[in-house]
Every structure is written in structure tokens, then in C-alpha cells.
Design a protein around this ligand. Structure first.
Ligand code: PLP
Length: 211
């Protein structure tokens, strides 16, 4: 908020849920920034489909805030990062303005066909998202029971710590066939939710490495 007041940016970009913490921004925070920012506010909801039950989307704010743009990607929940396709939700005036600067062949016909096919299977996809969310919540609980510090996650990954030597933990996991991410604040690691078998392998390896 201080930075927005000081620099008066044309665009404020917020990620919710955030990467690499995984935590969604409270709607009240988005509202406070929307009420302060002089220009456009873009909320990147790349991981929104994974948010915990009861966590609202900034899409709810669109009617009240015509300078808000909510962006989504098909790279995460749809598993289509290779297709390079996403979309935005915004007021009509914003969409019209975007159409003016959009290049005519920005999105290939093949990409559009792939995206439409994925949308047609959204119901099946929903089952996978529910599985990822359940696995994620179970992993967060499991880590907390073992006294790791865990950021609340609304994403398909979990940030946990805190380690004096996170690289040693990362290396130990790798030696046991588990590759996670050495990223985020010092002392923390980020693990992506995989299949139940992969998540079990991660838990077993972490127990060994931290023993
Ligand atoms: C917060 C956030 N937004 C957007 C993206 C990328 O999305 P896309 O594949 O559509 O460029 C990522 C990917 O890691 C991300 O973490």
C-alpha cells in the first residue's frame, strides 16, 4: 500500500494464490489496493482452481471495480502449459481495449481447438483438482504434525521449512529419488503435489533425511 501511494504505478500486479508461498490474498487486501491504486490492478490467479474451499476469487470484485483484471492460465489446473493459453476476466471496456492491442494471430487455431477440447472435459478435470487439493491438505497436516512450518496453501504445491541448511535437505531428497524445489525464502523448500504414490515417496524420503 505504501509503495502504491509512493510510486502511483499505472499497473499493480498481484499473484493470488502466490508462488512460491501458495497462499491466496485475502479479498480485503485486494479491495484495499483497488481503492488506493490509481491505475489498473491485475490479479494473477494462475492457481485459483486449487484454492481451499471458502477462499473467494477476485472475480467476485469485477462488478464493483472496472479497473480490475483477473488473469487465469490453462497451464496449471488444465495441465496444458505447452499450449501457452490463458484468459482474463475484466469489465467490457477493458476487454475492448485489450482487443485493440491484441495481435490478429496471437492465438493459433490449433491452440484454440486444444483449449476448447480441454474445456469440454472440465468435469473430468474437476475430479483431478479435488484429488490434488485433498492430497495437498493432507500433506500440510502431515508436515505440521511433524512440526515443520508450513505456509497455508491454495495452490498445487506446499512451501515448508524452516531448515538451517535447506540445500542439504533438497540434496538428501534427490538422492532418494525425490526432486522438489529449492526456492522461496531462505530456509524453506517447495514441494509440488503429485500422485498419491509420489506424495508418499516424498514423505518417506523426508522422514529419512530429517531423522
Ligand atoms: C503465479 C504464476 N502466474 C503465472 C504463471 C505462468 O503461467 P503461464 O504458463 O500461463 O505463463 C506461473 C507459473 O509458474 C505462476 O507461478
Amino acid at each position: 500500500m505504501d509503495a502504491v501511494r509512493e510510486y502511483r504505478p499505472d499497473v499493480v500486479l498481484l499473484a493470488s494464490p502466490n508462488n512460491p508461498t501458495g497462499t491466496a490474498l485475502p479479498l480485503a487486501t485486494a479491495v484495499a489496493i483497488l481503492d488506493t491504486a490509481p491505475g489498473m490492478v491485475v490479479i494473477d490467479e494462475a492457481y485459483a482452481e486449487f484454492r481451499r474451499a471458502g477462499t473467494p476469487s477476485a472475480v467476485e470484485l469485477l462488478a464493483a471495480y472496472p479497473r480490475l483484471i483477473v488473469t487465469r492460465t490453462m497451464s496449471k489446473a488444465f495441465g496444458l502449459a505447452g499450449a501457452r493459453v490463458g484468459y482474463l476476466a475484466a469489465s467490457e471496456a477493458v476487454v475492448d481495449a485489450v482487443q485493440l492491442v491484441r495481435l490478429p494471430y496471437h492465438l493459433s487455431a490449433i491452440t484454440q481447438a486444444v483449449a476448447r477440447a480441454a474445456l469440454a472435459h472440465a468435469d473430468h478435470l474437476q475430479e483431478q483438482i479435488l484429488l490434488v487439493r485433498a492430497e495437498r491438505d493432507a500433506l500440510v497436516d502431515w508436515l505440521r504434525v511433524r512440526e515443520f512450518v508450513v505456509a497455508d496453501s491454495d495452490a498445487n504445491f506446499v512451501l515448508f521449512g524452516e531448515f538451517e541448511d535447506r540445500h542439504a535437505i533438497w540434496q538428501g531428497l534427490l538422492e532418494r529419488g525425490v526432486l522438489i524445489r529449492e526456492t522461496g525464502p531462505t530456509g524453506w523448500l517447495r514441494v509440488s503435489i503429485g500422485t498419491p504414490e509420489e506424495n508418499a515417496a516424498f514423505r518417506a524420503a523426508l522422514v529419512e533425511v530429517t531423522a
